[in-house]
Design a protein around this ligand. Structure first.
Ligand code: AMP
Length: 422
């Protein structure tokens, strides 16, 4: 099927050609005709399937068809809610690209930065508003945003919204929307709480499902390197050397872990940056921009920070640790091999993570190949329950000892030193 077959207007076809999109992805093929026909959509699809264009393109076409006065004051006709700032920015960029040859204007609002430029854009008037929930409610309260003219509403990544605790914000936003509207609801997973929320938003929705989480893994080559905790650092260098100068997204379970990986890579003069929840919005944007423009080779990310980031043709993902939720693994490796591109994912697995690999294999219904070029194979055994208990006890004892000694030392250096009350 071609984009021409979907009934799209010439200015949009031209913009898609500029993007080098040859043919629609499955979600686009299925959703665009339904949305153009005015149907509500319950979309089971995750980032990487081309879902942004699946909703953005028909919305733009609707707005062009309505002939909004290009010179008059624009009102917000379409609202897109998305959980993360990065995703909001990317959706905004997609709208800008697909609406390039039309008069449709969008703006993006998100928290963590000052609101001045966002409110200025709103004052100038926009047709499409892409927003994260908190900042949207804030600007609504301050009177900068009215939702009374919204005709097309999109709730993106609904499952992640709920995970991030946005349910009350979403309900407040929905309450402000006109009853007569077209609503599009997307989620990578569809547990009961998500379906319940969808019933509150959608009217007689058409269901569109693509790539349920487990099958996205099919187009990505995956290798596991069973190794020891203490060898992971060297193993990462080994894999990076093997990949020459290719750009790589490295996942870490924790923020501290991500920072540690960055420090180690910098010691080896590998250009890199981390994005995680402790970084400011500007730092995260800068790191992402540097990675996209290929000024740095490695981006190290935690799961939440990486959610939704979209880097064209990313070839490689390395899991520095194996996530304990199999779905997280699928989301992580889904960052590479996007929209038909081939990707390769490597996972560094220490003994304690062997069981996680088995859970992942159950979910994706196939064995992950064991890398044959592993210079640091696993020699240690996973700890028994008793060993684990003793290990944790010893770790806590050492921690306690460290703090006691540190406090003693500080106390002796500074007579006014008081231990902070917890
Ligand atoms: P999304 O799932 O919307 O985050 O899109 C994932 C990636 O696929 C983005 O980089 C899009 O630019 C790209 N993309 C979307 N639609 C197509 C298409 N029809 N052909 C090729 N790439 C596409």
């Amino acid at each position: 099927m071609q984009f021409e077959d979907l009934g799209l207007i010439p200015p949009i076809l031209r913009a898609l050609k500029d993007q080098n999109y040859k043919s629609p992805t499955t979600i686009q093929e299925k959703s665009i005709p339904l949305i153009l026909n005015g149907e509500d959509i319950l979309g089971n699809a995750q980032t990487g399937t081309g879902k942004t264009a699946a909703f953005a393109v028909p919305i733009i076409q609707h707005l062009v068809g309505e002939g909004h006065n290009p010179n008059g004051k624009r009102t917000i006709s379409s609202l897109i809610i998305t959980p993360t700032r990065e995703l909001a920015i990317q959706i905004g960029e997609s709208f800008t690209a697909y609406a390039k040859y039309t008069h449709v204007k969008n703006t993006v609002i998100f928290g963590g930065v000052s609101q001045g430029s966002q409110t200025n854009a709103l004052k100038r008037g926009v047709d499409v508003l892409v927003a994260t929930p908190g900042r949207l409610l804030d600007l609504m309260d301050q009177g900068f945003v009215s939702l009374s003219d919204v005709e097309y509403f999109v709730l993106d990544e609904a499952d992640r919204m709920l995970d991030m605790g946005f349910i009350h914000d979403i309900k407040k936003i929905i309450a402000e929307l006109p009853r007569k509207r077209q609503s599009l609801f997307f989620s990578a997973t569809m547990p009961k709480n998500i379906l319940d929320l969808s019933h509150e938003i959608l009217r007689n929705p058409r269901k569109v499902a693509v790539n349920p989480v487990a099958s996205t893994a099919e187009k990505i080559k995956q290798y596991v390197y069973p190794t020891n905790k203490s060898d992971k650092k060297e193993l990462l260098f080994f894999i990076l050397r093997k990949l020459g100068s290719e750009q790589v997204l490295v996942f870490s379970r924790s923020k501290h872990g991500a920072d540690r990986i960055v420090r180690n890579l910098r010691k080896k003069r590998i250009e890199c940056a981390a994005i995680h929840g402790d970084k400011s919005q500007n730092q995260r944007q800068k790191a992402l921009q540097q990675f996209k423009s290929e000024h740095i080779r490695v981006l190290v990310a935690t799961d939440i920070a990486a959610r939704g980031i979209d880097i064209d043709k990313l070839g490689y993902v390395i899991n520095y640790d194996v996530p304990n939720e199999p779905e997280t693994y699928v989301h992580r490796i889904g960052r590479c091999g996007r929209a038909g591109e081939e990707g390769i994912a490597f996972s560094l697995c220490e003994p304690e993570e062997n069981a996680y690999v088995r859970d992942i294999e159950k979910l994706i219904k196939k064995k992950i190949e064991i890398a044959t070029d592993n210079p640091f194979p696993q020699t240690e055994k996973p700890m028994s329950a008793q060993e684990k208990k003793e290990f944790e006890k010893e770790k806590n004892r050492k921690r306690q000892e460290f703090f006691t000694n540190r406090n003693k030392k500080r106390g002796s250096q500074n007579p006014n030193f008081r231990r902070k009350k917890r």
